[in-house]
Design a protein around this ligand. Structure first.
Ligand SMILES: O=C(O)c1ccccc1N[C@@H]1O[C@H](COP(=O)(O)O)[C@@H](O)[C@H]1O
Length: 241
């Protein structure tokens, strides 16, 4: 059985590494220089970095130069998210050398463009399914964007390689992941799923790791690491068997 991949998160707003609660603009806690945060996770043994341009996701500007600098400086795999919605932003994101990009809003608002991106770039494209209940949310999680399972079926049929599933109600809350949601999404698709939102403890990570046979491939960890609920070394050890 393969082990769970861990993706420590660096979300960037106004040049700073931040964590939000429920993804709400204005709920930021700042954790300083994103370059230092990313390097710290790499030095602690991360194999992946989940790097998000929150300003681009919210439409309040962007941190593209800084995000590109961080992505290029990493020796580990990078998953890039936030504001990747057209040919130019996709080309710029892929040019950073990141392993893959997550498309969120675009999958809800411009499905033809996303199908073309999937056809052209294969598994360098993942789709972020950010949900409240079973309703997808886009544009910084401020707008409804359709039904989770209908969208999943459409993306599956277009060849989408993987999904990053975030329960917005859990994100940034340290209340534990939505394991039922992950199980239901895994049952609805044969593509790998990366879990996001709510991780608060090593037991949460072990519970997500128990879903690897059902199709969960990885888990994004944000607030718990920044709040020092556990160290990344402890998390990697907890999911290593
Ligand atoms: O990660 C967050 O906390 C977050 C909060 C609010 C909006 C987006 C967030 N993150 C990720 O951004 C992309 C979506 O960006 P876009 O819709 O494609 O512009 C997605 O991966 C979200 O999980």
């Amino acid at each position: 059985m393969s082990k769970l991949e861990l993706l420590p998160a660096v979300d960037v707003r106004d040049g700073q590494a931040v964590r939000l609660v429920h993804g709400e603009s204005g709920s930021e806690t700042s954790y300083g220089d994103p370059r230092a945060a990313a390097l710290a996770w790499q030095q602690a043994g991360a194999q992946w970095l989940h790097l998000v341009d929150l300003d681009a996701a919210f439409g309040t500007g962007d941190n593209r130069r800084l995000i590109g600098e961080v992505a290029r400086s990493m020796d580990i795999r990078v998953e890039l998210s936030g504001g990747i919605r057209d040919d130019d932003t996709l080309a710029a994101a892929l040019a950073t050398g990141c392993t893959r990009v997550n498309l969120g809003t675009a999958a809800l608002e411009t499905p033809e463009w996303v199908a073309k991106a999937i056809a052209e770039h294969g598994d360098r494209i993942a789709v972020g399914l950010d949900v409240r209940g079973t309703t997808l949310r886009g544009r910084g999680w401020t707008r409804d964007g359709g039904d989770l399972y209908e969208t999943l079926a459409r993306l599956d049929s277009e060849g989408c390689a993987r999904y990053v599933v975030t329960d917005i109600a859990k994100d940034g809350t340290l209340q534990g992941p939505n394991l039922d949601l992950l199980r239901h999404v895994c049952a609805a698709t044969d593509r790998p799923v990366v879990a996001s939102g709510g991780v608060s403890s090593l037991d949460d990570l072990r519970a997500i790791a128990a879903l690897v046979p059902e199709g969960v491939e990885g888990a994004i960890v944000g607030k718990a690491l920044y709040a020092e609920a556990f160290t990344l070394e402890e998390a990697l050890e907890a999911v290593s068997r």
